[in-house]
Design a protein around this ligand. Structure first.
Ligand code: UGA
Length: 433
């Protein structure tokens, strides 16, 4: 099939590349000429395992191409996916101006029947507005609007796209459904067909539920700390119940990234607008913020004064396997330490280049390795769950540090091992060893 993706950001590019990978012909559109020039030049603007290879292979096979022209894109595709940003507004609701703009642009150039698919994460009822907008500006040409939310995780997006748990197709049109089923046929995944509003809700409700699981275990971790229990064992025990599951029960300093914080705020906002305040999710947010504050308090209590102390931070990305530092708790933590006068040295396997672009990057020292980062440090903080941090030589880490203090914000290290090596080790919900 010929497919068009409007918006070649994280979701658009990976989705387009994976569609091309299964044999479709894909045109990725973006209004940023620099981005398109880079992509035409074979450069991938983000770090995502496996993506570069898929893009290279599919471009080489002539199935993936790039353009800045919406008209070219709309002419090309039988199905047009919208994957433009949906940033948050100060009150948490979603700024839908990019979606609206693309809807208008499509209405200006559409010449024959197309399926217009909302891939971006949007509040319920957005599909209806997209359809109204296109119809208002272009009443002549037939089209259908479909909601088809994405469930890919950064760091394993290619795998998530190639082997999805489920495909959600929200549509009221048999014609559109037939085309969408053809798009997804090669993926051999279960397809759930719903109305447009339900599909939009599935996305917000899924992300909110995952965040709720994280905040739940984080709240439990506080009770573990107060009672001397071990949150890792508790998570294992409750996660073994298949109805609950072990995934997303890793206690830590909170969730971050470009999805959870934004989507939960958006779900709260749309629920408010619909007259059904979702107060449970407000608590999920509050617990998340509180985890970072508690962690800082623990560090402060151990070090007394942070001013002028050299602190090593492992991790800047919002999670492992990505270079993405947007809404990263690790970044917030570094900022908080700097505010208290600490001299912060950081290391992250992939997130350093993005962090170097921050306006305040000059205040931190970027180390070239995890070992280089801990030289002379009075404390080591683990802020992102990169597995390679756990496999460091901790005898050498201890030798290099000024004082053997570790604060593990991701419960990545083994309590007993750290204790046996002579560290004062503090995790989340595991007590102090
Ligand atoms: C999330 C969802 O998992 C995807 O299904 C969804 O498609 C995506 O948002 C999106 O809306 O586009 P992502 O933001 O890439 O994916 O990252 P996650 O793997 O979900 O992690 C989010 C945050 O939660 C990270 O900061 C991570 O460190 C934290 N986390 C995760 C925990 O603190 N504990 C856990 O047990 C799991």
């Amino acid at each position: 099939m010929n497919l068009t993706i409007i918006g070649s950001g994280y979701v658009g590019l990976t989705t387009g590349a994976c569609f091309a990978n299964v044999g479709h012909h894909v045109m990725c559109v973006d209004n940023n000429p620099d981005k398109i020039a880079k992509l035409l030049n074979g450069e991938i603007p983000i770090y995502e395992p496996g993506l570069e290879e898929v893009v290279k292979n599919t471009v080489g096979a002539g199935r993936l191409r790039f353009t800045t022209s919406t008209e070219e894109g709309v002419d090309f595709g039988d199905v047009i996916f919208i994957a433009v940003p949906t940033p948050p507004q100060p009150d948490g609701s979603v700024d839908l101006r990019f979606i609206e703009k693309v809807a208008r642009e499509i209405s200006e150039v559409i010449k024959s029947y197309k399926v217009i698919v909302d891939k971006s994460t949007v509040p319920v009822k957005t599909g209806e507005k997209v359809a109204d907008t296109i119809k208002r500006y272009q009443p002549e040409v037939a089209f259908d609007v479909v909601s088809n939310p994405e469930f890919l995780r950064e760091g394993c997006a290619v795998d998530d796209l190639m082997h999805p748990d489920r495909i959600v197709i929200g549509t009221n049109s048999d014609r559109a459904l037939a085309l969408m089923q053809k798009v997804y046929e090669p993926f051999l995944a279960p397809i759930l067909v719903t109305d447009i509003n339900s599909a939009e809700l599935i996305k917000h409700a899924a992300n909110s539920f995952l965040a709720l699981k994280i905040s739940y275990i984080n709240a439990v971790s506080q009770i573990c700390e107060a009672s001397g229990a071990d949150v890792e064992k508790v998570a294992e025990g409750i996660g073994a119940d298949k109805r609950i599951g072990r995934h997303f029960l890793n206690a830590g300093i909170g969730y971050g990234g470009s999805c959870f914080p934004k989507d939960i705020a958006a779900f709260i906002a749309i629920s408010d607008q619909l007259g059904c305040p979702f107060t449970l999710l407000k608590e999920v947010q509050a617990i998340n913020v509180n985890m970072m504050q508690r962690f800082l308090k623990t560090i402060r209590e151990a070090l007394w004064v942070l001013d002028d102390k050299k602190i090593a931070v492992w991790g800047l990305a919002f999670k492992n396997n990505t270079d993405d530092i947007r809404s990263s708790v690790a970044i917030e933590l570094v900022q908080a330490l700097l505010k208290e006068g600490a001299k912060v040295t950081v290391y992250d396997p992939k997130g350093m280049e993005n962090a170097k672009q921050l306006s305040w990057a000059g205040q931190i020292t970027f180390a070239e390795s995890p070992m280089g980062c801990v030289d002379g440090a009075e404390a080591l903080i683990v802020a992102t769950e990169w597995p390679e941090f756990a496999s460091q030589d901790f005898v050498e880490v201890k030798r290099r540090m000024l004082a053997p203090l570790i604060f593990d914000g991701r419960n990545l290290l083994d309590t007993t091992t750290m204790k046996d090596l002579g560290f004062r080790y503090t995790g989340i919900g595991r007590g102090v060893a």
